[in-house]
Design a binder for this molecule. Structure first.
Ligand code: GUN
Length: 276
């Protein structure tokens, strides 16, 4: 078993990007919008802004109160859409319950959609023509690549079908010629399907859901989950302690996929700025 060190890979990729940005006279600009007080979201946003500073990306931070109306959120996004200094717009999700995220996201122009959540960017991904892809799934592809995993022809099983993680993850794997099975809450014989996976990727948000009996000997296991266990400790979807000896490669939580998400956001912001 070998642990995939997401932090080290993220550092390496960020160093490369930092050099590329240093060569540019006009620096990329990322607007980060947060609505409300969700503590996890506030930490994510803080880390995104910090990463911008480290890489030479200008960040513009907007905090709206939890009581903000749909129109207030959308008006801000409309302003950012035409602001020449802003190359990328990130609306941190989830939004407070009374707000419609899908409708709000439509106010982010496709060219500034650094999350890759827009209908057009998701559609392009399905056609294998995507330029900007959701950060977490593209971070997983980078982790696999940097760890020497060739997905071509392999059976990849994705747990979860969200539009932001599971679906784009499945599409990226399919575009890379993996044979892909997507499992979800209605899937029958889930454990049996998982056992057939050469590459098992979990994005369901259930603490320690993937147990050792669900993993094929020497499978590659990628854990996208971010959960708290009974003791309030951060943990993934995978029962790491018991699965690690069965897997040939495995990502830990924290320190696996997490650091890659922000790294890919920085790459998407670079792309949104220079189209390269
Ligand atoms: N909330 C959790 N992850 C993400 C992400 O990647 N992008 C946005 N916008 N919100 C999130």
């Amino acid at each position: 078993m070998k642990i995939i060190d997401g932090k080290a890979i993220a550092v390496e990729l960020r160093e490369e990007l930092k050099k590329k940005i240093a060569e540019k006279t006009q620096k990329p600009g990322l607007a980060v919008v947060i609505v409300g007080e969700d503590p996890a979201s506030r930490i994510y946003v803080r880390n995104k802004i910090k990463a911008c500073g480290e890489l030479g990306i200008r960040s513009f931070s907007y905090e709206l109160p939890a009581t903000a109306t749909q129109a207030e959120v959308e008006n801000l996004l409309d302003e950012l859409a035409i602001n020449q200094e802003v190359n990328g717009i990130l609306l941190q999700l989830p939004l407070p319950k009374h707000l419609d995220a899908e409708s709000a996201c439509k106010h982010i122009p496709v060219a500034k959609d650094v999350d890759g959540f827009s209908e057009e960017n998701l559609g392009l991904l399905c056609l294998n023509k995507a330029k900007i892809t959701a950060c977490t799934p593209s971070g997983v592809m980078q982790l696999l690549k940097k760890s020497g995993v060739d997905v071509c022809g392999k059976h990849a099983v994705v747990l979860g079908r969200s539009a932001t993680v599971g679906k784009p993850m499945a599409m990226l794997l399919l575009n890379a010629n993996a044979t892909v099975t997507v499992c979800h809450s209605k899937t029958q014989n889930l454990a049996e399907i998982c056992r057939q996976a050469d590459i098992l990727i979990s994005a369901i948000g259930k603490a320690k859901f993937v147990t050792a009996d669900m993993v094929k000997q020497d499978a590659v296991v990628v854990d996208i989950g971010m959960n708290r266990d009974q003791d309030g400790k951060l943990c993934g979807d995978v029962d790491f302690e018991n699965v690690k000896d069965k897997a040939s490669l495995i990502t830990p939580v924290p320190g696996g996929v997490g650091p890659m998400t922000i790294t890919m956001l920085m790459y998407n912001t670079y792309f949104a700025t220079y189209k390269e």
